[in-house]
Write a protein of this length. Structure first.
Length: 268
């Protein structure tokens, strides 16, 4: 009888030891773009590279970045991704790997096609400051534009920002080189175009953020991403999703307006 009990305890211990934990990943309630699909695949590959076995489940969250990061800080979700800022790095564990290789800080201007003439002679930040941008009310970009004395109207509804530009109520909507083509295609609105002669650029990065309650996940992600960078898999994945779209952007002869970003520090 004692031997039977010992065997049962041994089997129970073995089962517990090899149980796969669950990683709850935030998923915004909106249309998904190549940007999102790339990050889901990159996450899976990084965990696989680190040999970190985990079951990934998606938790739908409101499409407000700050709300999701607050949910991370409360342990309601385990992982999300976002543009970084000092405040956000206090809420969760930031993995300091630029997931979009800096392209998140290159900003094409989405405008109403009837307003193209407004931008023809703009070459400086001071000239651009005569027009108004729109950005998400909780985005780091909103603070960046304001810091650079560029008028910006914060809004809470993502789709409404496109609508404001399409109706000519707002002059321009800065979108990253990574996402602008996909977003424009999803809008199905001929009134919206990418401005071909001008773009903004500022230092920034998109990071994975992990709940402070899951430091083992953060460690695994750092390891997995480093391995992917070393063996070239990171570059291959990035180029598969974005190289053609980046090359197709009408920016060959575009002027660049550089902005300062006091809310970002390049990792050492």
């Amino acid at each position: 009888m004692g031997k039977f009990i010992w065997l049962c305890l041994l089997c129970s211990w073995a089962s517990t030891s090899y149980a796969v934990s669950t990683l709850y990943v935030a998923k915004e309630q909106r249309a998904l773009y190549d940007r999102d699909l790339y990050l889901y695949e990159l996450l899976d590959k990084a965990l696989l590279a680190a040999q970190f076995e985990v079951k990934v489940e998606h938790i739908e969250v409101h499409p407000h970045q700050q709300r999701t990061l607050m949910a991370l800080s409360r342990g309601e979700v385990d992982l999300h991704w976002s543009m970084t800022s000092p405040e956000r790095e206090q809420l969760a564990i930031a993995i300091p790997v630029a997931l979009f290789k800096g392209f998140i800080g290159k900003r094409a201007l989405m405008i109403n096609r009837t307003h193209l003439a407004r931008f023809e002679k703009i070459e400086t930040k001071a000239q651009l400051a005569k027009l108004t941008a729109v950005q998400g009310h909780d985005w780091p970009d909103t603070k960046i534009l304001a810091f650079n004395d560029l008028p910006v109207r914060p809004m809470s509804k993502y789709q409404a920002m496109f609508a404001m530009v399409a109706r000519g109520k707002i002059d321009y909507f800065p979108r990253s080189f990574i996402e602008v083509a996909s977003e424009l295609a999803k809008q199905h609105n001929d009134d919206l175009v990418i401005l071909p002669n001008l773009y903004l650029q500022y230092p920034s990065a998109f990071y994975f953020f992990v709940s402070k309650e899951k430091p083992e996940v953060a460690t695994a992600l750092k390891k997995g991403l480093a391995l992917m960078q070393q063996n070239g898999e990171f570059d291959v994945l990035f180029e598969r999703y974005f190289l053609a779209k980046l090359n197709a952007l009408p920016m060959d002869n575009a002027r660049k307006i550089s902005l300062q970003n006091p809310y970002f520090e390049v990792p050492k």
